[in-house]
Design a protein around this ligand. Structure first.
Ligand SMILES: [Zn+2]
Length: 174
């Protein structure tokens, strides 16, 4: 089975990669450099449509004996042309949301903010980190366009290594 040279997704047959939509997917030996250049260009095209990654969070306020639930969209990772080696942590998220430490897993409502100011939602499920106090959300986008997600802090966290993001909603697979 061939792998997509950009995102490393297994690809059957010829055509476009199901995940990132890249056309040329097979390594043709001498033409490898050309294919890699195409992959780099394609990656940049995808990134140029993404403004940032963020998370939807809720803030609770007690108002006249009622619990008022407010939705917030919090930008965590602005996307540029360069890939960072470091995880980008959001301070806001930990301050805005306190999790129930008894829960078995945490469902995060993440989104891609596009250059057209649309939000494309996707989710991730993580184990809660075993720490007291506030949790923070860390994100890192890898060169293969998979997302690393961290919950906790720099020293103590749970993580998802290779979450696939909804690239197909950015208009590359049609
Ligand atoms: Zn691909």
């Amino acid at each position: 089975m061939a792998k997509c040279i950009l995102c490393e997704t297994d690809v059957t047959g010829v055509g476009r990669c199901d995940y990132c939509g890249l056309h040329v997917i097979h390594d043709l030996g001498d033409e490898k450099r050309i294919i890699e250049k195409q992959a780099d260009d394609h990656r940049m095209k995808i990134l140029s449509r993404i403004k940032a990654f963020g998370v939807k969070a809720y803030q609770y306020e007690i108002k006249e004996d009622d619990l008022d639930k407010k939705e917030h969209y919090i930008t965590v990772l602005p996307v540029g042309e360069n890939f960072e080696d470091e995880v980008t942590w959001s301070n806001q998220f930990g301050n805005a949301v306190k999790f129930d430490l008894g829960c078995a897993e945490v469902d995060l409502q993440l989104y891609i903010e596009t250059m057209n100011n649309e939000r494309i939602s996707f989710s991730a499920t993580l184990e809660p980190p075993r720490i007291d106090g506030h949790w923070y959300l860390g994100l890192k986008l890898n060169k293969n366009l998979n997302l690393e997600i961290y919950l906790g802090n720099k020293d103590n966290h749970t993580k998802v290594d290779d979450l696939k993001i909804p690239i197909n909603h950015l208009g590359f697979n049609n």
